[in-house]
Design a protein around this ligand. Structure first.
Ligand code: ADP
Ligand code: MG
Length: 655
């Protein structure tokens, strides 16, 4: 019959710089099924190293190792883990239980990686066997040393192992508790499980049936103290329901990884909250910034549409770049005749308004104000969305008759009238009596200019009675549609060049501005600013992501021993990777959700109490949320991968 364990010329060396430290040399060993073996030797002789190689936690530097008749030197890490989870149980000197985790969960833990159903039932059964039925929900720090080691024994047995490795299992226990543990090992062996125990104490070793002496990394003695109990055949593995359907396995695993991640998060609440805070603030600021930007854009659109739509603006003088006019000599004049000609210049032109303005002093009773008067045509009312909110606009007849009627802007009304209704009253504008016939709608300020600090009157009245100017300051041309504006522009240019008799080699002596384009430019400017704000906020989100990465790295380092233990009992790399990835994903998704809520609340508060217009949009919320979740996964990946690549034995030894 093939041996359970067969070592041929095994050696293990550590390399410290250039010096080779030979910890095990030329070890040959055979152990058969059902044996109870003690590996005994002084401290530092290589016992633990040998046991770790036997338990597939470490690899020999040279030599061949056959376990259960199979050469295991070629096994990958994950294959080794799978073999451990199915045939090997470990008991350590330091118990190595998961902190802040109940005895029941500790015992059930290896079964996660074996893909076994009804884990808790099995764990409960084993804890009852080791006399801890009344301590199921106790955490390790609520148990005595002996009890903790009994939990560890239950954990070692939970996967129906063929071999149990125990490294100084009684080293941290008082003698009466030690005897109890040894009795359990004895009992295990009686059921047919092979037990391999490492110890440096002869009286502990005396409990075994065979003692292997080891010194300075070599086997120096091998004695059978008692006959191995003959063939207590291992009971055939009772109803271990392995999950079969791969999808079910995936789902069960997913739930398990999530539960593990959740335990990791909740077992250190302060740290979790702090790491979530970064993402939360980041997402909240992205959401709020985008909402504010969107609100500003909408406000600007609303204000621009009150200035009129599809407007061309014709001014005398050479076209200006950035507001700087060309040479003075090219200054031209715009007349009423130009205005009439323009009305017929193109079918794309809907209406034309002339405009003359100048400074004026207004007096009402004992109040006076300095403001600006503008003479316009009645078409101004519709063209510039200026239907008086109180009173009426003037008519064509009043314009032709140079009637002394005027409409006042909000600012002028406030300065002159207070609470009194101005409509119907008489005011003096530059010493001439005018009748107030209406109040203009409020337009707010555009840049530094207060658009409500104005008086509107008929164009003819303004030209002949108030400003005293025969020429127009500018012309506003309303086009039939946005699309017809380029055509109208061309028609106006051709007409004006003809009227001003400009030869082909001369530049235009007038300037046509497309107000729609300027409006578009303003809107796209706010959009750019919104994007910039969003990006600045996104950087804070990035910083939040780095915060999560930091926390995860700390978490990995802090839980190195836990990772080592999980791997020792059979966790494959994937499981560890998922556990930590899930943890950072939960943190960032949670932070993202809270951030969206906070951002929404902030937008609401800004709108309601600060008078800002903040408009939440679904895409911006989705963007912030997906981005934050992505950040958690991206930044969580590195620590998670780092954890998954730890060698189990290095991790277990980590201080
Ligand atoms: P013990 O018989 O006390 O269990 P070990 O097998 O733990 O002894 O260690 C045997 C020798 O190997 C010791 O001298 C120890 O210093 C050395 N050793 C163990 N682990 C390492 C390591 N990771 N790097 C270098 N030397 C090590
Ligand atoms: Mg040791």
């Amino acid at each position: 019959m093939a041996a359970l364990i067969e070592l041929k010329n095994i050696g293990r060396s550590y390399f410290l710089g250039n010096t080779e430290l030979k910890v095990l040399q030329e070890v040959n060993l055979e152990i058969h099924e059902g044996e109870f073996v003690a590996i005994m030797g002084p401290s530092g002789s290589g016992k633990s190293t040998l046991m770790q190689i036997l338990g597939l936690l470490d690899r020999p530097t040279y030599g061949t190792y056959r376990l259960l008749g199979k050469d295991v030197s070629k096994l990958s890490d994950d294959e080794g883990a799978a073999l451990r989870s199915r045939s090997i149980g470990f008991i350590f000197q330091m118990f190595n239980l998961l902190p802040r985790t109940s005895a029941l969960q500790n015992v059930a833990m290896p079964l996660i990686y074996a893909g076994v159903e009804h884990r808790l039932d099995r764990a409960r059964e084993l804890l009852t066997q080791v006399g801890l039925a009344d301590r199921l929900s106790h955490n390790p720090n609520e148990l005595s040393g002996g009890q903790q080691q009994r939990v560890a024994i239950a954990r070692a047995l939970v996967g129906h192992p063929k071999i149990i490795f125990a490294d100084e299992p009684t080293g941290n226990l008082a003698s009466d508790q030690a005897d109890e543990i040894l009795a359990y090992l004895q009992k295990m062996n009686d059921t047919g499980i092979s037990v391999i125990m490492v110890t440096h104490e002869p009286d502990i070793a005396a409990h075994a049936r065979r003692i292997i002496h080891i010194k300075d990394g070599r086997i120096v003695g091998d004695e059978k103290t008692r006959e191995t109990k003959k063939k207590t055949k291992l009971p055939s593995v009772p109803e271990v329901r392995l999950l079969t359907s791969s999808l079910a396995v995936r789902w069960a695993e997913f739930k398990e990884f999530f539960a593990t991640a959740w335990r990791g998060i909740t077992s250190n609440k302060t740290r979790s909250v702090l790491s979530v805070l970064g993402i939360l603030i980041g997402v909240a600021s992205v959401v709020t910034m985008l909402a504010i930007g969107r609100g500003a854009e909408m406000a600007i659109r609303a204000r621009l549409s009150s200035l009129g739509t599809n407007l061309l603006y014709l001014r005398p003088g050479a076209p200006s770049m950035f507001g700087v006019h060309g040479a003075q000599g090219s200054t031209s004049r715009l007349t009423l005749a130009d205005l009439d000609a323009l009305k017929r210049a193109s079918s794309s032109i809907k209406s034309v308004d002339g405009n003359v303005s100048g400074a004026a002093q207004v007096v009402y009773k004992d109040q006076n104000a300095n403001t600006q008067v503008t003479g316009v045509l009645p078409v101004y009312e519709t063209m510039r969305a200026s239907t008086p909110y109180y009173g009426r606009f003037f008519t064509d007849q009043e314009n032709t008759a140079q009637a002394r009627v005027a409409l006042l802007g909000q600012t002028v009304v406030n300065e002159l009238y207070g609470q009194e209704n101005p409509v119907g009253t008489e005011v003096k504008i530059n010493h001439i009596n005018f009748r107030v016939i209406g109040i203009l709608p409020a337009k707010g300020s555009q840049g530094p200019r207060d658009q409500d600090d104005t008086i509107i009157m008929p164009l003819a009245t303004a030209m002949n009675r108030v400003v005293g100017n025969k020429y127009l300051n500018s012309l506003s041309i309303e086009c039939t549609s946005m699309e017809s504006m380029p055509e109208a522009t061309e028609a106006i240019r051709t007409l004006m060049r003809k009227r001003h008799r400009l030869p082909a080699y001369k530049d235009d002596d007038f300037d046509i501005r497309n107000m729609a384009e300027m409006q578009q430019a303003m809107v796209s400017t706010t959009q750019t600013i919104t994007m910039l704000l969003g990006m600045v906020a996104a950087i804070s989100l990035l910083v939040g992501g780095i915060g999560i990465m930091n926390i995860m790295l700390v978490s990995v380092t802090e839980r190195t021993r836990e990772i080592g233990l999980r791997k020792a009992v059979g966790a494959p790399r994937r499981a560890i990777l998922w556990q930590f990835l899930m943890e950072s994903a939960v943190l960032s998704v949670g932070g993202g959700l809270l951030g969206v809520m906070l951002g929404g609340l902030l937008s609401f508060l800004l709108t309601t109490f600060a008078g800002w217009t903040a408009v939440l949009t679904v895409p911006s919320i989705l963007l912030a949320f997906v981005f934050s979740a992505g950040i958690g996964i991206v930044f969580g990946f590195w620590p998670a991968r780092k954890a998954s690549l730890l060698s189990p034995i290095e991790a277990l030894r980590y201080e």
